[in-house]
Ligand binder design. Structure first.
Ligand code: ATP
Ligand code: MG
Length: 565
């Protein structure tokens, strides 16, 4: 079959636009990837067209609030014209060209979306980062990527200035702020006078579009480069069947702008389906504001990391009546079954967990309509063939624990990252035989559901038993005293290593006798899972070390344990 799409007609007046059904067929490997693809032209501008003809309901493309009374609502048409202006800012005064790399370090402000789309229109490779990055983090990113330009907000401008001289490739600093600043071009000023006329670059499907840095849970973040189509087409099934979005839906994905989850939930999957992306610029996460937002706005779909749900279920959720919420999602970290059950009991809503990586997007998910097994990450998502393999790359049968891996057919799936930039060794290390290895361990059951055990490095081996931290943590959180915990290995003279739990206590239990509570928690775990998994050591802490994305950094606690020896 001939690839679908506009680009295969010599005469451009004859092109038929790609449809959502085409994108779906490409993901299911029923249609080949088109030679050229550009998310702005092939997706966003098509929705703008559908708005005009009334084929899309009156639902904004972007709906932004900040809790202080400011609000922005853009249709796809407005997003189109504003992002064309932004494209002209990047290419003209900033002098950027197709293929140049730009670090985009902005909070959740509408300009973040404009700059993303502007980069896509111009073929500029954008690299989102969170404003929580320190000067050292920014230096690492700018140097590693040889970025030509940084787009930043006031929060990070001083950090950028403190290291800019150490970045020889950095030519332009573009500030997004109502104020101007010495040494920076002003986005607002240039934007005001920029033209709305811009013709979108015809990017190749496999041309680089973006570089996302991994979360850095296990070390230095890696630069995963993605093509125009890997995120732009590759998130179709995830949008339709995991997020379950239609063009009338409003999705609130709370992830920070710096992580690939923002790309999934706040850009590509959502806009592929024509849904409205809702954004609340909370100064700081706060459960009351969070719950108020769900009761005030007609949000239909919510996506938050597990840590947020762990906090929410500490509240009396029955007191809240959510306006339109009907589909809730989570991912990025394992979701404890106890939290899922409490959420369900208190809100009457299911919680659909997905499992993915910056490198390859969504790997497994509980898709709408599938039965949810509490504690499982759901089934493998097309186009991936997800398997559990051993250290030699052999497929293991259901019930056997091994490494979660994706089969590489004759070619690399188009929705894969193209590489870790300038790191061929790390890129090559992800391949084992016919498989891409995720670095995570898990089990598949006989129904094809995947169960997360832990990151390969986090698995504890005690007296010859292999123990996954997640199972122990999930047992601990069933106890009312435990808000959350991190389970790691700790050195032991006899057993080599033993299970140690760092536990954050719920307020009423903070005054309890720690020895008694330790015994009680140990007892609880012994009853809840196989007794050999119980934590022989327990330490109560005020909080757990986490990445900026809210993931528990078990490696920090583990290193601390082993250093203590
Ligand atoms: P780094 O690779 O820099 O150490 P990271 O792996 O945390 O950081 P991401 O790409 O943001 O960077 O996260 C992907 C990882 O997050 C997965 O490999 C897995 O370990 C974990 N993860 C994501 N979703 C889930 C989930 N639903 N259940 C369990 N783990 C998950
Ligand atoms: Mg990783």
């Amino acid at each position: 079959t001939k690839p679908p799409g506009r680009h295969f007609h010599k005469n451009h007046r004859l092109w038929t636009p790609l449809t959502l059904a085409d994108f779906e067929a490409i993901n299911r490997c029923n249609k080949p990837l088109p030679k050229n693809f550009n998310f702005a032209a092939d997706v966003l501008d098509q929705w703008s067209q559908k708005e005009k003809t009334g084929e899309r309901p009156a639902n904004p493309a972007l709906w932004w609030v900040n809790g202080k009374g400011d609000e922005v609502k853009w249709s796809f048409r407005e997003l189109g014209s504003l992002s064309r202006k932004a494209a002209n800012v990047l290419t003209k005064p900033c002098g950027l060209q197709r293929g140049d790399r730009v670090a985009v370090i902005l909070p959740r402000i509408p300009e973040w979306w404009l700059v993303n789309v502007a980069c896509i229109r111009t073929g500029i490779v954008f690299m989102p980062g969170t404003i929580q990055l320190t000067a050292k983090d920014i230096l690492y990113r700018l140097r590693a990527s040889k970025a030509k330009c940084i787009v930043a907000s006031e929060e990070v401008a001083p950090s950028v200035e403190s290291i800019a001289l150490e970045c020889p490739d950095l030519k332009t600093k573009l500030l997004v702020s109502p104020q101007s600043r010495n040494g920076w071009l002003s986005f607002q000023e240039l934007f005001q006078f920029a033209s709305e006329e811009h013709s979108c670059v015809e990017t190749g499907s496999q041309e680089p579009m973006t570089i996302y840095f991994t979360s850095g849970t296990t070390g230095c973040p890696k630069m995963a480069q993605h093509s125009q189509s890997s995120l732009g087409i590759g998130f179709t099934l995830c949008g339709r069947y995991w997020l379950d979005l239609k063009s009338s839906d409003i999705i609130w994905n709370i992830s920070d702008t710096g992580w690939v989850k923002a790309a999934i939930g706040s850009v590509f999957s959502s806009w592929l389906c024509g849904a409205c992306v809702f954004v609340h610029r909370m100064a700081q996460f706060d459960t009351d504001t969070f719950l108020d937002t769900l009761t005030t706005y007609p949000i239909t779909t919510l996506c938050s990391p597990p840590t947020v749900y762990r906090m929410l279920v500490q509240k009396d959720l029955k007191r809240y009546k959510f306006k339109s919420l009907w589909h809730c999602l989570t991912g990025g970290e394992p979701l404890n079954p106890e939290v899922l059950e409490q959420w369900r009991a208190q809100t009457g809503l299911e919680l659909y967990e997905g499992y993915g990586q910056t490198e390859v997007g969504i790997i497994c998910a509980n898709q709408k309509g599938q039965e949810i097994k509490a504690g499982s990450m759901g089934k493998g998502m097309l186009p991936y063939d997800v398997q559990i393999i051993d250290e030699n790359g052999n497929v293991l049968p259901p019930g056997k624990e091994g490494e979660i891996a994706l089969r590489l057919k004759s070619t690399r799936p188009f929705c894969f990252f193209s590489e870790y930039v300038d790191n061929p060794q790390k890129t090559a290390a992800t391949i084992r035989g016919d498989f891409y290895v995720t670095g995570d361990r898990g089990v598949m059951d006989s129904d094809g559901y995947f169960w997360f055990v832990g990151r390969a490095d986090d698995v504890i081996i005690s007296s010859g038993y292999r123990i996954g931290p997640f199972e122990v943590e999930s047992a601990l959180i069933e106890h009312p005293a435990v808000v959350e915990s991190a389970v790691v290995s700790s050195p032991d003279q006899i057993r080599g290593e033993v299970v140690k739990a760092f536990v954050v206590l719920a307020a009423p239990f903070k005054s309890y006798n720690p020895e008694k509570l330790t015994l009680e928690l140990q007892d609880h775990v012994k009853k809840s899972t196989a007794p050999y998994k119980y934590p022989r050591k327990v330490e109560f802490v005020q909080e757990l070390p986490k990445t900026i994305t809210g993931k528990i950094k078990r490696n920090v606690l583990r290193d601390q344990e082993w250093r203590r020896r």
